[in-house]
Write a protein that binds this ligand. Structure first.
Ligand SMILES: Cc1ncc(COP(=O)(O)O)c(C=O)c1O
Length: 337
């Protein structure tokens, strides 16, 4: 696989570090836990979307787009980072944002509102919870075409084969880093939302015949919906990268016990996990994605899912800017040192 031949922009200028979480490892008394600091990726409050956007925005530029259109939740990291990437490239950006199940739009809320304003989104359309935001995004795209503009639509979470290619590149980066240090990773634990991150890692490791198991912790859907979603995306990504002969279906591992009542709805495990990582390692997670993923990892370790000699790599996909939108979530202590 020759990733270099696919159009790509560059938004981060070094590999993100892999660090050992020494205190957390000791506390949980299980496998050695490492973190891939993809929360340190470039753009405005970087995270996994930064890697996806390198390929997506390159395609938009290649196709002569003048306006990037995308959609997501009110505190969407994807929307904030897409806007930042568009501005960096001199493009306009229009967003469709869906209100949360328990969080109606509040223009004075903390979190994304300030960066949206500072970065200068050309328009933001807020739609009620339960709306078909993908249809709304397509309507917006059609209106822009009618107005003589050249929109480029980026799917929810940037998860298509182009976005996933960003995480194929991340898998290659991890293999290169672990080769340099001699660290043998057995398992990777990552968020499984719109799926591009997990799918890209599965394709990337398997394309290099690296026997690393990718555990996707679901943040929104049950396995009956998530496993087919990831499997399709794996196939599309492999096809895009001309790896069509590879068979990845049995490599898709998802866990749906940590979603709680639904997407963005806090769980006690998430609160404990965010507090535990902050107080042992000085690292901020977020409440929607990485907090639930870490809750899953902690629970799997407590249940003995890994051997003591295993090396487990947690992918920190970013998202901490959204912590500030709901600080009272963490009023109660579920973890104290
Ligand atoms: C911080 C963060 N982590 C993880 C995810 C999930 O990644 P994916 O949608 O590729 O499954 C997202 C998606 O929005 C995110 O913003």
């Amino acid at each position: 696989m020759l990733l270099a031949k696919y159009p790509r922009r560059s938004y981060t200028h070094a590999k993100t570090p892999i660090e050992k979480l020494t205190h957390l490892t000791e506390l949980l008394n299980g496998p050695s836990i490492f973190v891939k600091r993809d929360d340190l990726l470039g753009l405005a409050g970087g995270g996994n979307k930064t890697r996806k956007l390198e390929f997506l925005i390159a395609d938009a530029i290649h196709k002569g787009a003048d306006t990037i259109v995308t959609c997501g939740a009110l505190q969407s990291n994807h929307c904030r980072l897409t806007l930042a990437a568009a501005i960096k490239e001199g493009l306009k950006c229009q967003l469709v944002l869906e209100e949360g199940v328990a969080t109606p739009y509040n223009p004075d809320a903390n979190g994304n509102n300030l960066p949206f304003k500072l970065l200068g989104a050309e328009s933001i359309k807020v739609v009620p919870y339960g709306s078909d935001i993908i249809a709304d995004m397509h309507t917006l795209g059609e209106e822009l075409v009618m107005a003589g503009r050249k929109p480029y639509l980026i799917p929810l979470g940037g998860s298509n084969e182009l976005g996933s290619a960003g995480y194929v590149a991340c898998a290659q980066e991890i293999l290169q880093q672990t080769f340099e240090t001699g660290l043998v990773i057995d398992d990777v634990v990552v968020a499984s939302g719109s799926g591009g991150t997990q799918a890209g890692l599965i394709v990337g490791f398997n394309a290099s015949s690296a026997p690393i198991k990718v555990h996707g912790i679901n943040v929104s859907r049950p396995n009956e919906a998530q496993i087919p979603l990831i499997t399709d995306l794996v196939q599309q990504t492999a096809g895009y990268l001309n790896l069509a002969d590879f068979h990845f279906a049995d490599r898709v591992h998802c866990y749906d016990s940590y979603v709680g009542e639904g997407y963005t709805i806090p769980t006690q495990g998430m609160i404990e996990a965010v507090q535990m990582v902050a107080r042992t390692e000085g690292i901020l997670l977020d409440s929607v994605y990485t907090g639930k993923v870490m809750a899953g990892l902690i629970d799997l370790i407590r249940k003995g899912a890994f051997k003591k000699e295993d090396n487990v790599l947690f992918i920190h996909t970013g998202g901490s800017p959204s912590l500030y939108a709901n600080p009272t979530l963490f009023n109660e202590d579920f973890f104290a040192l």
